[in-house]
Design a protein around this ligand. Structure first.
Ligand code: ADP
Ligand code: MG
Length: 605
């Protein structure tokens, strides 16, 4: 359990380091992510907010509104209709309403103008919505000028600001006295825009509406439930449009995310290759990628959240909120004129195993425990091993053919041969980095060639340490981090692991470089780092593929000296090389010649 937690910690550490190494790319991704979360959240919140506002608003909406239709159009309603309506059974009150729209070129918006006989307003007085007051920068006592229907300006004194529970209702609302309204629009006397009814039993509203339609054939009764449906239609339509508009960036982002998941960059592929080679399981790598995705999306989410908090505590209002207010105007018009719902409001602005064995505690490299290590060293046997690449394709290549080989514990064995003779391929098969096409490989009698990957990784981790021709260190990480890397999936306690890694660095004279990034190392230092990394899990077998290929003779001797020391401690050292310096090294006890994928010589020294 503890090891598993420790392992996750290492993975997160590594993920963070890896995210930071590719700052620009990940930052770009993060920005797109944040923006999308922001847009979607805004669209959702906006829709929700509008629905709630609408619900609040409708609590006070009339049960039934009656309009007069002439030639299919909404027309003015004569005052005598009100008496007629009052006489219909179930109707307790019928009241004529006066309302209309006023286009203000100064703010390029339509106001909803209503007569408010229930308010004690004089002819020249006006009540205005809070949003409008804010936008126009006016307050109580100021003069509000409107252009009357006849042409001359009509001046109104602002008698108050409307601050109801729902700003949606009042955002762009102007309330006048009845006489003021009639004078402004030159509205004919004894005429109303429509009528609102109060009914005794709201459940009877439907029946009453039918009665009205029968007795006044040119009337059009509208029920509150119909208004509610209209709101829903408007909001659904708006939300739908917003999501549709967001569809394109979402698609682009999905492609980007897919590209990130599937189309790994060359650098990432190289890194994954190295991680697998040094003992990480595919599962560890997937977990790391999972952490990477989770960290990115969580950061995006919290970035959006903090932006929201900052925006709400400051006075800065993003355009979306401004959009809410504009939409609010539409809602108040809707409430005043349910008939003009979607169609007549087109201009409304949108809102926008270590379990197997864990025998390694510290670095374990202090020279004295030779015997125990010798007993840990393994015997490897290959029987009729062949390896073909690209099998069945025109570019099929036989890298190894019928190799029979027995490698004893301890000592330094060198595979020699010209380039392309199969040395690297043979070492990767021995080290469980690849499987043979045919034949059997056994380690201390245990058949390896048919083990599932998980177990193979396990064997590889604890038995083999690799040193590659190209060093294969992970750029962007420090020397210490690179050395610790193969141990991450084992979940060893951090303190012990760091101490072990530092002991190895000290042994290879790399301690002063512990915190340096590996890209700044010299060839010799890089190869010593690779050697330290190969030893961090205290393997019994050290496999070194052309370890001197990229080093001058002085550094080559130095590295060979270190390999000799390791063999002296009882480890089995397997080296591939075509460098005479290597074959001539003091401790080489066996030299195997290779050519064209076959063993052509076996000399014991
Ligand atoms: P050496 O290490 O002795 O130079 P290798 O083991 O690298 O030789 O290669 C042996 C042969 O196998 C070469 O002909 C090489 O081209 C081929 N080979 C090695 N790896 C692959 C691979 N992944 N795909 C195809 N061919 C390969
Ligand atoms: Mg090679």
């Amino acid at each position: 359990m503890r090891a598993s937690l420790e392992r996750q910690k290492y993975l997160i550490d590594y993920t963070l380091a890896s995210l930071l190494r590719r700052k620009t790319r990940n930052l770009g991704l993060l920005l797109v992510y944040t923006l999308l979360v922001f847009l979607f959240a805004s669209a959702l919140l906006l829709g929700q907010a509008l629905r709630r506002e609408a619900a609040t608003l409708l609590q006070d909406a009339p049960e039934v509104i009656v309009q007069r239709i002439v030639a299919g159009r909404h027309d003015l309603l004569p005052a005598d209709w009100l008496d007629h309506l009052r006489q219909i059974r179930g109707v307790s009150e019928a009241r004529g309403r006066l309302w209309g729209y006023y286009y203000d070129p100064a703010v390029k918006a339509n106001y909803t103008v209503m007569a408010a006989p229930e308010r004690p307003l004089a002819e020249g007085e006006i009540l205005i919505g809070a949003t409008l007051a804010r936008v126009r920068g006016i307050g109580v006592g100021d003069v509000f000028s409107l252009r009357a229907a006849g042409g001359p300006p009509a001046l109104f004194k602002v008698a108050g600001i409307l601050e109801p529970s729902s700003e949606l209702l009042s955002a762009d609302l102007l309330l006048l006295s009845e006489t003021g309204f009639r004078a402004l629009f030159q509205f004919p006397p004894e005429r109303y825009t429509d009528a609102v009814l109060t009914v005794r039993n709201p459940r009877e509203a439907g029946t009453i509406a039918q009665k009205i339609a029968l007795s006044l054939p040119s009337s059009r009764p509208i029920l509150r439930s119909e208004i509610l449906r209209t709101y829903d239609a408007v909001f659904d339509w708006r939300e739908g449009m917003t999501f549709l508009a967001l569809g394109a960036p979402l698609l682009a982002f999905a492609i980007l995310a897919w590209d990130k998941a599937a189309g790994l960059s060359a650098e990432e592929k190289r890194e994954i290759g190295i991680l697998k080679a040094i003992g990480w399981e595919t599962g560890d790598i997937l977990r790391m990628k999972l952490w990477e995705g989770a960290l990115l999306s969580l950061t995006a989410f919290f970035a959006r959240l903090s932006a929201g908090v900052v925006a709400s505590v400051s006075r800065w209002r993003p355009p979306v909120r401004a959009g809410v207010e504009r939409l609010g105007g539409a809602v108040s018009r809707l409430s005043a004129d349910p008939d003009c719902r979607v169609a007549s409001n087109p201009g409304v602005a949108g809102g926008d195993r270590r379990a197997v064995h864990h025998r390694h505690a510290g670095s374990g490299l202090a020279g004295g425990d030779c015997r125990s290590r010798r007993s840990n060293a393994r015997m490897i046997e290959l029987r009729a091993v062949s390896k073909r690449f690209n099998q069945g394709r025109p570019n099929e290549c036989r890298a190894l053919a019928d190799i029979d080989l027995r490698l004893e514990r301890g000592g330094v064995t060198v595979f020699t041969g010209p380039s392309g003779s199969g040395k690297t391929t043979l070492l990767t098969l021995i080290g469980c980095l690849a499987r043979p096409t045919s034949g059997r490989i056994t380690l201390d009698g245990q058949l390896l060639s048919n083990l599932p990957e998980r177990f193979l990784t396990e064997v590889r981790r604890h038995t083999f340490g690799f040193v590659f021709q190209q060093f294969n260190l992970i750029r962007g990480l420090t020397v210490l981090e690179n050395v610790m890397l193969p141990a991450y999936p084992l979940g060893r306690p951090h303190r012990a692991l760091t101490a072990g890694a530092r002991a190895l660095l000290e042994r290879f004279d790399l301690e002063p470089k512990a915190e340096s990034k590996v890209e700044w190392l010299s060839g010799g230092e890089a190869q010593r780092t690779a050697l330290a990394r190969a030893l961090i899990n205290d393997p019994a077998v050290l496999v070194a593929d052309e370890p001197t290929a990229n080093l001058d003779s002085r550094l080559s001797r130095e590295v060979l000296g270190l390999l000799d020391d390791l063999a002296a401690q009882g480890r089995t050292v397997l080296i591939s090389s075509h460098d005479p310096l290597v074959f001539e090294a003091a401790r080489v006890c066996r030299r195997l010649g290779m050519r064209d994928g076959r063993l052509i010589g076996d000399r014991r020294c």
